[in-house]
Ligand binder design. Structure first.
Ligand code: PRP
Length: 178
């Protein structure tokens, strides 16, 4: 994979390892939601590759929808102000919702989404995140399904970006600035 000037990549999670873990999560979700109609809600944009692989590992009828949230930049985000840029197209009323994220960092985004789903009458709300950076947490969020816990390092690939770059990497990589 070509890098941009002044940047280097180091594989943190190889695609084969991610694939194995995602299949495992899919199996657990399949068992847990047997008999319950499931709505998977992907949070754009970072979750799109994880979501695409995860739904193919779930052997149940599933519906999908997406939301996009604002990221005003670090200063506003740490104030806890989160705004919806793209809302759901389907009602969550009475439905079992599984929110799919690529990474939980401060927890502010998911904390907002969790409350939002509950206030809209979801029968249940659970969270599935590929990555978890617990050392950065500002607000506790229940992480029901977790792929990997990672240290406080900047990571890209498998959907995650820096300034929209590197989302297409098959691995999750550390981004090292020279
Ligand atoms: C990332 C990630 C989560 C959020 C997590 O999105 O996809 O939605 O940040 O951070 P938090 O736990 O501190 O709230 P980002 O704003 O980078 O947008 P993107 O998914 O479009 O890249």
């Amino acid at each position: 994979m070509q890098t941009y000037p002044g940047e280097q990549l180091e594989v943190l999670l190889a695609h084969s390892e991610i694939k194995h873990r995602v299949e495992n999560l899919g199996k657990r979700i399949t068992m847990d939601y047997d008999g319950k109609p499931l709505l998977l809600v992907g949070i754009l944009k970072g979750s799109f590759i994880f979501m695409a692989d995860l739904i193919r590992s779930i052997d149940l009828p599933v519906a999908i929808d997406f939301m996009a949230m604002s990221s005003y930049g670090a200063a506003t985000k740490s104030s806890g102000v989160v705004r919806i840029l793209k809302d759901l197209e389907q009602s969550v009323d009475g439905r079992h919702v599984l929110v799919v994220e690529d990474i939980v960092d401060t927890g502010l985004t998911l904390n907002y989404i969790f409350g939002h789903m509950r206030s809209r009458g979801a029968a249940s709300v659970k969270i599935c995140s590929l990555l978890d950076k617990p050392s950065r947490r500002q607000v506790a969020v229940p992480l029901h399904y977790k792929g990997f816990e990672i240290p406080d390092e900047f990571v890209v690939g498998y959907g995650l970006d820096v300034d929209e770059r590197y989302r297409n990497l098959p691995d999750v990589c550390r981004l090292i600035k020279e």
